[in-house]
Design a protein around this ligand. Structure first.
Ligand SMILES: [Zn+2]
Length: 92
């Protein structure tokens, strides 16, 4: 039980690391499928993905070709903090 929970937490952390590649469509198909399976089963991670996509869309609307590296870093830090303390609406 505990071991399963730990594995899941590792997956959540990996997901945060892989999120930008996933959104850019740069993940290998096998990894992509694992990630999508996790997203289907993990509400907090699904919320993070949504937040990430919204941030990227906002960056595009500001006519940024790519998300600036600094913004990426800041977003990753934000996501990690969210992972540690999920907002109440992400827990249901
Ligand atoms: Zn997760």
């Amino acid at each position: 039980m505990w071991r399963f929970f730990r594995r899941r937490m590792v997956m959540c952390r990996q997901l945060v690391e892989l999120l930008s590649d996933y959104v850019d469509g740069e993940l290998p198909p096998a990894l992509r499928r694992r990630l999508e399976a996790h997203l289907a089963d993990c509400a907090p991670c699904a919320t993070f993905l949504q937040t990430f996509r919204q941030t990227q869309a906002a960056a595009r609307s500001l006519h940024c070709e790519e998300m600036p590296p600094e913004l990426r870093q800041r977003l990753r830090r934000f996501l990690r903090e969210q992972l540690r303390n999920p907002p109440p609406e992400a827990q249901g």
